[in-house]
Design a binder for this molecule. Sequence first.
Ligand code: ARG
Ligand code: ZN
Ligand code: CA
Length: 254
Amino acid sequence: RQSLVDIPVVLHVVHSTPEQNVSDAQIQSQIEVLNQDFRAGNPDVNKVPAAWQDLVADVRLQFHLARTDPLGRPTSGITRTQSSTPDWGTDDLVKFSLSGGRDAWPADIYLNVWVCRLRRGLLGYAQFPGGAASTDGVVVTDTAVGTTGTAKAPFDGGRTAVHEIGHWLNLRHIWGDDDEGCSGSDFVSDTPNQAGPNLGSPDFPQVTCGNGPNGDMFMNYMDYTDDAAMFMFTKGQAARMDATLDQARQTLTR
Ligand code: ARG
Ligand code: ZN
Ligand code: CA
C-alpha cells in the first residue's frame, strides 16, 4: 500500500469521577501521538539504535476524531457517559450501555476507543481482527490517555493506545507471548526473537534467546517498556498491519 489510510476514531469516555472524565485537550494530545507514531514522525524516532534504523516503518496511517456520527449528524467524535461503575475489567462490560458503559459505533466504519478506569493497573487491552463488532476496538485507562491532563508517568506518552491499536491491527507482542521461552513468535520476520517482555527503560543491548549482538528490540511499541522507552514499529510489522487493512479491516479504508 502506497497511499495513506485515514481512520475515523470515536472515543467513548466512561467516567464515574470528574478526574476520569478526561478533557478534549487530553484526547486531542492522544490523536496527535497516533499521527506521529504511525508515520514514524515521532520526535524520539532518532533514538532507535543505528543497527535498526533501516527497519523503522512509516505505517502510513492517520487518525482523526469522527466528524459524522452513525446517523450522519455532525459530531466531535467524543462521547461522554457518566457511570456508577468505579473501575472496569477486561470483560467488555464498558462496551455496552446496558452494563453502564457505552455501545460501540459500527466497527466497519469507526475505530472505537473506550477510555475508562481499568482495574489492577491495567493500561489497556484490545480486540484482534475477526471478533464481534459490538466489542471491536481498544480500551485505554484514563490516566494513560495522551500526554497532558491526567496522563501519569511513566505512561504519559500516549503509547498505550499505539500499542493497543497495534493489536487491533493484528500485531502480537514482540516476545511471542510465551513469556520467558524462546519458541514463541510474533509472526514478523524482522523483529528479533526475544524471551519475554521488557519493562521500564532498559539499557541497550538486552541479549536473550541468542539474539546478540543487538538483542531484544525493547524500544518497539509491542514490548512492555515505558512510554519514553518505546519509539518504533518495524517494516515487517507495518506489512502485517497492511495485510489486516487489506483483508479483515478493509472496510475502514474506504
Ligand atoms: N496491554 C498492556 C498493559 O496494560 C499495555 C502496555 C502499554 N505499554 C506502554 N508503555 N504504554 O500492560
Ligand atoms: Zn499488549
Ligand atoms: Ca519468547
